[in-house]
Design a protein around this ligand. Structure first.
Ligand code: GTP
Ligand code: MG
Length: 320
C-alpha cells in the first residue's frame, strides 16, 4: 500500500513538473511577444502596488513568478493602441464547463495561433477569446480603460494606481488542458519512440516512461495533444486517470513480442470495456515490423479480435 502511495506521489510529481514546464513555455512565449514593454512595474508584486505594506517572502516569490493575466481579447484589443502599440498578448480560445453542476469551473484554453498571423484575426474575435498578458501590461491596460471611462463620463469609477485597490478582485481560475489522443500499449512496445518520431525528435536514446509525456502537435489550425502513458505493469492501473476527454486512442503493439500478445489482448479488452472511452476512435499500430518474425497486421488483428473497433490498422516502424 505504502509502495502504491509512493508511486502515486511520484506520478503526481511528474504531472506537476510537466504542467510547470508547460507554464514556463507559455511564459517564455509571452515574454518574447512582449519584449518591448517597460517592465519596471512587474519587478514589484501586485499587492505592493495596490497599497499593501506587508510585503513578505511570499510576495517576493509571487513577483518572481511573473504572473500572466487572462483578459477578454476585445477589451485588450481596445486598449492596445494606447498601451503598447504593436505589442500583443497571446490569443486563446477558452472553453468552460460552466453549464455543468460541478463544484469547480474548469477552463480549457486553446491557443489560437502564433502572433505573426494575428492581424488577420482581429476582425472576427468572438466573445470567448481572451488574451494572455503580463502583469505590468494588465495594470496599464486596466488603468487606461478606467481613465478613458472616467473622462468619457466625467465620473470617477475606480483606478488602479498606487494605494487604490477598490473593486479589483483576485480571480483564481482552475485550468485544465484537455488531452486529445492518448497512446497506450504494453511497455516496450514503442509508444514513446513513435510519438518522438511524429514530432521529428531524436529517438536514439529512449528510456521506459515512468509516468507520462505530453506532446502537442500543431498542424494548420489544429492542435493535437498526445499523452504517451507508460505501459509497465505497475503503471497500468493509472491509465484510467487519462481516459477523460480522450478523442482518440492509439494502441501500440510490439508485433515481435509473441509471448506477450495474450497479455496485450487482455489489457486492450479491458480498455475497450471502459465507458469513458466509448466515444473515442481506436487506432492500432502494429509496431516493430522490421524485426524478423514479427507478426503482420492481419495476424495481429486476428489475435486481438477487435476488428469492429479498428478504424485502420497500420504497421508503424518507429525505428525505420
Ligand atoms: N526494432 C525496433 N525497435 C523499436 C521500434 N520502436 C521502438 N523500438 C525500441 O523499443 C524499445 C522500447 O521503446 P519505447 O518507445 O520506450 O517503448 P514504450 O512503449 O514507450 O515503453 P514504456 O514507456 O515502458 O511503456 C526502445 O529500445 C526502442 O528503441 C521499432 O519499430 N523497431
Ligand atoms: Mg514510453
Amino acid at each position: 500500500m505504502q509502495q502504491a502511495e509512493d508511486y502515486f506521489d511520484s506520478v503526481m510529481e511528474t504531472a506537476v513538473d510537466e504542467f510547470r514546464r508547460f507554464e514556463e513555455e507559455m511564459e517564455r512565449e509571452a515574454k518574447a511577444e512582449l519584449s518591448g514593454v517597460d517592465d519596471i512595474a512587474e519587478k514589484r508584486p501586485l499587492s505592493s502596488r495596490l497599497g499593501r505594506n506587508d510585503y513578505d517572502e511570499t510576495d517576493k516569490e509571487e513577483a518572481n513568478r511573473q504572473k500572466l493575466y487572462l483578459v477578454p481579447y476585445r477589451w485588450w484589443k481596445e486598449a492596445q493602441r494606447s498601451v503598447a502599440d504593436e505589442i500583443v498578448g497571446i490569443l486563446y480560445n477558452v472553453l468552460s464547463n460552466y453549464d455543468n453542476a460541478d463544484s469547480e469551473i474548469v477552463l480549457d484554453l486553446r491557443k489560437e495561433e502564433s502572433s505573426g498571423t494575428r492581424v488577420k484575426m482581429d476582425e472576427g474575435v468572438s466573445s470567448r477569446e481572451y488574451a494572455l498578458v503580463k502583469e505590468a501590461l494588465w495594470l496599464r491596460t486596466l488603468k487606461w480603460h478606467n481613465d478613458s471611462k472616467t473622462s468619457e463620463e466625467n465620473e470617477r469609477y475606480y483606478c488602479v494606481a498606487e494605494g487604490q485597490s477598490q473593486e479589483v478582485f483576485p480571480l483564481q481560475i482552475r485550468l485544465s488542458f484537455s488531452p486529445g489522443t492518448n497512446s497506450f500499449g504494453l511497455d516496450n512496445s514503442g509508444k514513446t519512440t513513435i510519438v518522438l518520431k511524429i514530432n521529428g525528435e531524436d529517438t536514439s536514446v529512449i528510456s521506459p516512461t515512468l509516468g507520462f509525456n505530453i506532446k502537442t502537435i500543431t498542424y494548420q489550425k489544429y492542435t493535437l495533444n498526445i499523452w504517451d502513458v507508460g505501459g509497465q505493469r505497475t503503471i497500468r492501473s493509472y491509465w484510467r486517470n487519462y481516459f477523460e476527454q480522450t478523442d482518440g486512442l492509439v494502441w501500440v503493439v510490439d508485433s515481435s513480442d509473441l509471448r506477450r500478445l495474450d497479455d496485450c489482448k487482455m489489457e486492450l479488452d479491458n480498455l475497450l470495456k471502459e465507458e469513458r472511452l466509448s466515444g473515442a476512435s481506436l487506432l492500432i499500430l502494429a509496431n516493430k515490423q522490421d524485426i524478423k518474425g514479427a507478426l503482420t497486421q492481419a495476424e495481429i488483428a486476428k489475435i486481438l479480435k477487435v476488428r469492429q473497433r479498428i478504424q485502420s490498422l497500420q504497421a508503424g516502424k518507429a525505428k525505420a
